[in-house]
Design a protein. Structure first.
Length: 247
């Protein structure tokens, strides 16, 4: 890619465009950030928890006018019920830069988790985990920063790892289709969709869970185009933003 503003060729992020925002981070250079991502990706655990997963804490962020509207919802898988919606507002300090979402969103996600008075069985983030060019999306960073070793699953509507190939598409059951996202013979994520829908979702390990268990959990949560906790939380966030606009 080439930045028209600075007449520079770059991969993922123009260093000159990003430079003014470095002071808002704990890093001194883009190279230092990449090294952090590469080293941290090696610490991700893909082993399953010993206890059964039933109570999901779903976290999602939406932006409007440089304000982050961040929400939490708890979802009981067995009873297929949502409860305890909570939404908070945060000031946006760093704009979106591809592959650097953790710089904008990580502290917000961690703050949401700190407000939870008990440990859920699993966190579900509307963000990428290992399905990332550096195998370390914000869901993985979040998983490493948690005080307890709690499983974290990342789900997005887009494949943020463009080099990853979608292969092995097959029927998961009579209603759903599943596929693998692979890069250099390494499985980095899964694709899941409802039959007859043009687009599906992309699932990856955040931390402390296997990809197989992650796809099983998300499949149980997929009634429509996106997992039910994310869908319900998105509705509440949209309501909050709409109310803010109409004030």
């Amino acid at each position: 890619m080439k930045c028209k503003k600075h007449n520079l060729s770059y991969k993922y992020v123009c260093p000159e465009c990003f430079q003014p925002y470095l002071k808002e981070t704990a890093f001194s250079s883009l190279e230092e950030i990449r090294e952090y991502q590469r080293l941290s990706s090696k610490r991700i655990k893909t082993t399953n928890p010993k206890s059964k997963i039933n109570l999901i804490a779903c976290l999602k962020i939406k932006y409007y006018n440089n304000v982050a509207y961040a929400g939490t919802i708890f979802y009981d898988i067995k009873n297929q019920k949502a409860k305890n919606f909570k939404i908070r507002k945060y000031k946006q300090t760093i704009p979106y830069f591809p592959t650097l979402l953790f710089l904008r969103d990580l502290e917000i996600y961690l703050n949401l988790a700190e407000q939870i008075k008990f440990n859920p069985d699993c966190y579900l983030l509307n963000a990428s985990g290992q399905l990332h060019p550096f195998l370390f999306g914000v869901a993985s960073d979040f998983g490493l920063k948690l005080k307890e070793e709690i499983p974290v699953i990342g789900v997005t509507k887009k494949n943020l790892y463009k080099s990853g190939k979608l292969i092995n598409l097959k029927e998961l059951n009579e209603f759903k289709i599943v596929g693998d996202i692979e890069f250099k013979n390494h499985l980095v994520g899964k694709y899941l969709s409802i039959k007859n829908l043009e687009k599906g979702i992309y699932i990856s390990v955040g931390n402390n869970i296997s990809l197989n268990l992650a796809i099983k959990i998300i499949s149980n949560l997929l009634k429509y185009k996106i997992p039910e906790p994310i869908r319900l939380l998105n509705i509440e966030l949209n309501k909050t933003i709409k109310n803010e606009i109409e004030r």
